[in-house]
Design a protein around this ligand. Structure first.
Ligand code: SF4
Ligand code: FES
Length: 257
């Protein structure tokens, strides 16, 4: 539009390239000139990939889907932090205005034994799917949709279940944890069901199965560093881990009776 000038910056993008999980990877640096500060971080990658394709080169593989903070696909470290420098946002919600002219931006895939690299920035997070398949569901017959006031649920429980259900399964908690622990993710999935009457029916078996499967997938132990909560884009609370531990101890004791 006449009379307006879009603010742009020049940045160097140092991005991890790796053909597959068996090959050794390394960084590749690209200078990105005239990047609009209103661009999202992933749009900046789209521009880079168009350029690479036009030059006959292999574009950078990265996961994305919704681009609005819902699907949890856009998983990457940006300057050493899962989902980048801003608190409570996913990579797709990050904008180039969060960076300064002349910045070098280092972008890497999740570094965790349970999330092997597929290619470049894309990692295999199917371990999360298998933990969910082990018990993260309600299978009791709940019948037709009930009248809203038929089953009374305390407001605090409903709020806590809703907050836990905000987890998008992105894996940032695992990536942020020095032990590669998945406790924040699994505890959110256990809590969102255990707090509600429909989920309580299978709560004991669910927590045993999900924790057992989490261990089988090779996730590490929780040592309460809190890095997961600090880097979670949905700000899932550590209280969920305490709740899952209580649920697990109770279920374990009952199983041994
Ligand atoms: S707990 Fe947070 S960081 Fe972990 S998977 Fe869920 S949304 Fe992502
Ligand atoms: S692309 Fe869906 S959360 Fe980022």
């Amino acid at each position: 539009m006449a009379g307006t000038s879009e603010k742009t910056i020049n940045v160097n993008v140092k991005v991890w390239r790796q053909k597959n999980k068996n090959e050794k990877g390394g960084f590749e640096t690209h200078d990105m000139k005239g990047v609009s500060v209103d661009m999202s971080f992933l749009e900046m990658f789209d521009v880079l990939n168009e350029r690479l394709i036009n030059e006959g080169k292999d574009p950078v593989a990265f996961d994305h889907d919704c681009r609005e903070g819902i699907c949890g696909m856009c998983s990457m470290y940006i300057n050493g932090r899962p989902h980048g420098p801003k608190q409570g946002v996913t990579t797709c919600q990050l904008h180039m205005r969060s960076f300064k002219d002349g910045d070098t931006i280092v972008v890497e895939p999740w570094r965790s034994a349970a999330f092997p690299v597929i290619k470049d920035l894309a990692v295999d997070r199917s371990a999360f799917d298998r933990v969910i398949a082990a018990g993260g569901f309600v299978s009791v017959n709940t019948g037709n949709a009930k009248d809203a006031n038929n089953i009374l649920i305390p407001k605090d429980d409903a709020d806590e279940a809703f907050n836990a259900a905000a987890c998008i399964g992105c894996g940032a908690c695992v990536a942020a944890c020095k032990n590669g622990s998945a406790m924040l993710f699994v505890s959110a999935k256990v809590s969102q069901l255990a707090l509600l009457p429909q989920g309580k029916v299978e709560a004991q078996q669910r927590v045993l199965d999900m924790v057992h499967h989490m261990d089988m997938e090779g996730f590490g132990n929780c040592t309460n560093t809190g890095a997961c909560e600090a880097e979670c884009p949905k700000e899932i609370s550590l209280e969920n881990i305490a709740r899952m531990n209580r649920e697990f101890l109770f279920a374990n004791a009952n199983e041994k009776k």
